[in-house]
Design a protein around this ligand. Structure first.
Ligand code: SF4
Ligand code: SF4
Length: 314
């Protein structure tokens, strides 16, 4: 039964107004094939469920250590205070520690949900979609990494006349993207860097597959919004933006691009790396120069596209 398909989801946000038309519900898929160094949702990257620890809330009571069936948490004497150690590799994401913590200091990012589970949350705001011409946007992470679940969820939405959108990094097999298009009203497609070596350095993968998929997608009859993150010292230069715009002009033969959104890098995700026991490599990176952002918006328009500089948010 299709309804039994299970997806790994790390968040469902309601009443969003940024990721598609009208009022929307955003469904965040866990797992991404890229490792962008500026990622503001690091909990989205790994496909496994991950324990997040909110140190400021922790009273070091030790109840979580007692509750973990695998002994993955220990409180160790340290200076100036006791340390709370988590063996994250061994953690199974069972949530026993989360349930017992009196201070809400632990959370597991990632839940396995059926299509019915997710769709019942989506349906709670059905009237808002109708009244605002809104709908549902699948993001993440990369929804196309869980193609059968994503497809079934989109199919259920379309069956109920709910507008659908997806946010994709584009680094997926074309056959997978193609299998979702039938149930999509809008695609957000990221283009991060035109230089393949720099793309690989900063995201972990070269850009050829992404550009090839962008080209193919632009030949299909689906509206597209291109998203370009603007990251200080990485791609905040005119040369890269011009190369991106030339590429898009060349391949936008069906006029499918609705607009180009520029997403300025922000630091709001840095604390999440700490909660995951990781270090954000770019924690010192300044946000992009506002003058460059303004010029970038003008440059986009000079190539005949509508541009929008997106607000900083998580
Ligand atoms: S149960 Fe909660 S408050 Fe107590 S040590 Fe664990 S994380 Fe900290
Ligand atoms: S989620 Fe489960 S396995 Fe992981 S640390 Fe907590 S109790 Fe242990």
């Amino acid at each position: 039964m299709n309804e039994k398909k299970v997806g790994r989801i790390f968040d469902i946000q309601k009443f969003s107004i940024h990721d598609g038309p009208g009022i929307r519900t955003l469904v965040f898929f866990k797992g991404c094939p890229l490792r962008c160094r500026w990622c503001s949702n690091p909990e989205s990257q790994k496909s496994t469920c991950e324990l997040m620890y909110y140190e400021q809330r922790c009273a070091l009571c030790g109840k979580c250590a007692e509750a973990c069936p695998s002994g993955n948490i220990e409180l160790v004497e340290g200076s100036p205070r006791v340390r709370h150690n988590i063996d994250r590799e061994a953690c199974k994401g069972c949530r026993e520690c989360v349930k017992i913590c009196p201070n809400d200091a632990l959370k597991v990012a990632g839940s396995d949900m059926s299509v019915d589970d997710v769709f019942s949350v989506i349906l709670q705001d059905y009237l808002f979609y109708l009244n605002s011409n809104g709908g549902v946007t699948l993001g993440g992470g990369e929804p196309a990494m869980q193609p059968e679940f994503a497809r079934e969820l989109l199919r259920r939405c379309k069956q109920n006349d709910i507008h659908t959108a997806i946010e994709t990094c584009g680094y997926v097999g074309w056959n997978v993207l193609e299998s979702l298009i039938e149930y999509l009203d809008l695609v957000f497609f990221d283009i991060k860097h035109m230089n393949s070596d720099r793309h690989k350095t900063f995201t972990g993968a070269s850009n050829e597959r992404i550009l090839k998929n962008a080209n193919r997608l632009l030949k299909v009859d689906v509206p597209i919004i291109i998203r370009i993150p603007i990251v200080t010292g990485i791609n905040d230069n005119e040369e890269n933006l011009v190369d991106t715009l030339k590429f898009l002009v060349r391949h936008n033969t069906k006029d499918a691009i609705q607009r180009i959104e520029l997403l300025p890098y922000h630091k709001l995700g840095v604390t999440k790396y700490r909660r995951l026991g990781r270090t954000c490599e770019l924690h010192d990176l300044p946000t992009p120069n506002p003058t460059f952002l303004k010029q970038a918006g003008l440059l986009v328009r000079s190539f005949g596209f509508t541009s929008e500089i997106m607000e900083i948010r998580v």
